[in-house]
Design a protein around this ligand. Sequence first.
Ligand SMILES: C[S@@+](CC[C@H](N)C(=O)[O-])C[C@H]1O[C@@H](n2cnc3c(N)ncnc32)[C@H](O)[C@@H]1O
Length: 403
Amino acid sequence: MRLHRNLVFATIDALAEIFNEGNYADKVIEKTLKRDKRWGSRDRSFIAETTYDIVRWKRLYAEIAEVKEPFSREDLFRMFSVWCVLRGIKLPDWPQFDGTPERRIKGRFDELSKVRKFRESVPDWLDELGASELGDKTWTKELHALNNQAPVVIRANKLKTTPQQLAEILKEEGIETSNLRNYPEALELKERANIFRTKAFKDGLFEVQDASSQRVAEFLNVEPGMRVVDTCAGAGGKTLHLAALMENKGQIIALDIYGNKLKELKRRAKRAGAHNIDTRSIESTKVIKKLYNTADRVLIDAPCSGLGVLSRNPDAKWKLQPEFIENIRNTQIEILQKYSRMVKKGGQLVYATCSILPSENQQQVQRFLKSEEGAKFKLKKEKNILSSESGYDGFYMALLEKK
Ligand SMILES: C[S@@+](CC[C@H](N)C(=O)[O-])C[C@H]1O[C@@H](n2cnc3c(N)ncnc32)[C@H](O)[C@@H]1O
């Protein structure tokens, strides 16, 4: 691989913004990629993937390069040179790489790789929390899996197509996919590509949605004609899946505290041809109270630490704080208490997170079941999806039924 100066410089600029200004990696990369219209798809993927890689391995690379935050440009070039040396990429003859100690870099890598928090590049507190909740053995495997680059999985929109038809259409647009066994609507891209540019995407034939995430709507046992409330709908990844499973029949009420996310949901629903979704922003408790005892099905796709999706969002390793996890657990239990009241007798509720921590998952459900409101429910089944076992995001889901 030959390194191009303007691509390397754009990567260094992006890293400076992410590490030193605390901006979100996905937003910074999106902005960086708009900088030069002449960049082709290879150039763009070099910037995006290298930036994500160095974000993912920040702690390890900083230790090897012997640099500390806040990083100067010189420090960032040193971290970049670690990335190159460890990947066997020949360093160009630029002044920024003068005197790079290649043998020392490899030696320090071997030495640091003996310690999990360096090898897997996580903050001390997170390494301790993961090990205490999951046990050393599971956490070691899981953390390793969460450091792999996530595959791109899409969900065929059954309102408009089938996975087989979609695979053919994408093939004509130059994108090869494979079926995923046991995931009825999913296709996985054989190679990364900008699929948002395809006609198939613009026509609403699919959504990008991880395979584990596709398990959640399935878990809720929806049927056409039901009244379903998606209480933490966000931009609607799971709402759209619910609409497809309900064949556009019945009613889905999509709630969120952020109106702008619901606006995006509406845009996506239009593209997907999903007509049975009604969005409502939670501006007061009235919105919730009006729905008490009215829903056949309720989905709580709760806000969480996001530790199950680190492979697509490595930035979270550095942005997460122990206090945030503490607070989010309180929000989760509050949401369970309040939103479960929307389920009518005999109706069902799914509580789901993209976390792998028992304290956000099964322990929350057990806590809820022991409460006055929770006593009205019984736990029908639950599923823990680990990235190390599934190869996709880490997720948790529990199905509860109101007696
Ligand atoms: C895991 S995300 C949802 C992702 C979405 N369901 C999807 O599939 O694309 C959690 C959502 O909960 C929302 N949220 C946070 N606190 C909330 C609350 N108290 N009530 C309702 N929604 C809330 C957040 O804005 C966020 O969109």
